[in-house]
Design a protein around this ligand. Structure first.
Ligand code: SF4
Ligand code: SF4
Length: 136
């Protein structure tokens, strides 16, 4: 199994520092790969990253909710061109550095979201995207 970073990720980066096998990589370019991604082949399922995420964006793969019920006010982030994701997010990460995302959407209380669609990009990032070369 592996853990999965979902579209609730707003690039806080706190998870990266606690991963014992250094398998969490920032997506680049951000317009195409807006989250951080977990390498499924390297993740050892320790779960250390989960409590570090201020947006509760990380789940064990078999527990990613298909019926996530929004509290209201949380954001999803998607690649440029995704329909309905037209809000800009400006925040700061774990290190106090600015985070700027142009393709987000704020959820309304009670909205039901299928987050299992976010599983595959974690695989794709390392198979088709830049993967670890994003760290260079
Ligand atoms: S801590 Fe959460 S928001 Fe931050 S990079 Fe990791 S998954 Fe994304
Ligand atoms: S579950 Fe453990 S090994 Fe997997 S990404 Fe999170 S911290 Fe890293």
């Amino acid at each position: 199994m592996t853990y999965i970073i979902t579209s609730l990720c707003l690039r806080d980066a706190g998870c990266v520092e606690v991963c014992p096998v250094e398998c969490i990589v920032p997506g680049k370019p951000e317009t195409e790969w807006p989250w951080f991604y977990i390498d499924p082949d390297t993740c050892i399922d320790c779960g250390a990253c989960v409590p570090e995420c201020p947006f509760e964006a990380i789940f064990p793969e078999d527990e990613v909710p298909s019926d996530y019920v929004a509290k209201g006010g949380e954001r999803l982030s998607m690649p440029a061109g995704t329909e309905g994701f037209d809000e800009t997010y400006d925040g700061s990460n774990h290190h106090g550095e600015p985070v700027h995302l142009e393709h987000t959407r704020t959820l309304e209380e009670g909205e039901i979201i299928d987050l299992t669609k976010d599983n595959q990009p974690n695989y794709d990032y390392f198979q088709e995207g830049p993967g670890y070369s994003a760290l260079d």
